[in-house]
Design a protein around this ligand. Sequence first.
Ligand code: ACM
Length: 525
Amino acid sequence: MIYRSILLFVAVLCTAACQTEKKEINFPKTDLTGVPLIPKPIKTISTGSAFGLDAKTAIFTSNKDAGFEKVGEFLSEQIKSKTGLHVAVNSSTEGTLERLIYINQSDSVDLENPEAYQIYIKKDSILLNAKTAAGAFRGVQTLRQLIPEKSNDTLTDQPMWVIPSGKIIDAPKFEYRGSMLDVARHFFTVEEVKKYIDGLAYYKFNTLHLHLSDDQGWRIEIKSWPKLTEIGGASEVGGGEGGFYTQEQYKDIVAYAADRHITIIPEIDMPGHTNAASLSYPFLHSANAETPRVRTDMKVGYSSFDAKKDTVYSFLDDVVGEIAAITPGPYFHIGGDESHATKKSDYILFIEKVEKIVRKHNKRMVGWNEIAQANLSSGSVIHFWNKPEYALKAAENGSKVIMSPAKKTYLDMKYDSISEYGLDWAGHIPVDIAYKWDPETYVDGLPKQSILGIEAPLWSETISNGTELEYLAFPRLIGYAELGWSPSEHLDWNDYKERLAAQVPYLEAMQINYYPTKLVDWNKE
Ligand code: ACM
């Protein structure tokens, strides 16, 4: 099959080349290195010519791996929505075909990283090489960014979108590049989550962590414990009606993310942040914590599960089991932060028991940095947010660390004194401060090889709909995409802010609300 597709590629290329020779297009001189790509690729080389994307272009893909054809279809849909062109995928070549985009599965040693890709752009062809469909998908995001907003209508008798020629070699710095949505303090609809996933995909993120439970609400259907959503799902900060995802809706989000090569990480926060669960089933509640009641305020640290009751662990076995069964990704996040109403010995006992439950359901446990106090398997992952000593302890244990320092990555911190929404307990985080730091050196003494990657969490105490969510996330999220992907030597604020300014047409086309910080000279019409 692979040979057939390569033969087809060569045959089509010949045809395309021969035809184009007849009507040579005089492209203006181009510069691939000048295209404002985010994240910035490892290496970009310009050859000064161009590929003309037009109605005579077709996409072909390797057919060894069905994922490649899906990636081709995704590219075709995106070309349609950006340019209006219909570019067929793997369909017959008769008639008008002159140029070709070929998405090729390659086992080249240069593509060892599963998300690596290479793009070769010539007059008649674009060749995108990747080892995996995930790598091809990341490369397709680069291609989307290479397509100009406007066509050139003077080169031929049809509109043509001129893509600069050259070569791009690329791979991510970190294996984990994520964001988190707190759907517990305020509930966000499936459509709002999908729109966020679209933005993550465009900037090459590969993970979305969903904070599915907290004191103010429980957001995922658990069939064996229905009151969690009947009672625990009916509230949120500020007194709104709350909401929850049925398991079918959650699966829909997981599948939508998977189509974009994004892994969903579910979080059930415990033993603290559990008021909504204990309100639904009072036996879960520890006598040392505040009596459960509907909570719509923003306080933290007053709730706790009872770490000494076997029934609590039977309950958690059901909850983790049901969620794990509909979560194809490798991780399960157990929260573990701010358990101020749990005695330290109880906390450690609890985290160690829950780790066993998570492992029983074949998931790798992730928890906020406090869990490093327990004696954990080196396979569990520590999510750093505020205490460097816990990150260091985790690394000593051989565990991996996800970097979410609150002072740099918390998307719910206000930008500045005049920005709307957000909190300021970790300080203001303007767009430049969000970008100008290095995840590899932020915690003194933390070895690089212990860092799994970076995540930007968005807590939702002050936001209650998609527009407000986007205001806090964009444009800072775009900078975290680059911090997670691009080599450190490419990270330069002055260069980045020019490329960020050039994201306006994308943000406007997608109707993404962003904070128009004065630190950036936005490219508006
Ligand atoms: C956290 O911000 N409590 C993880």
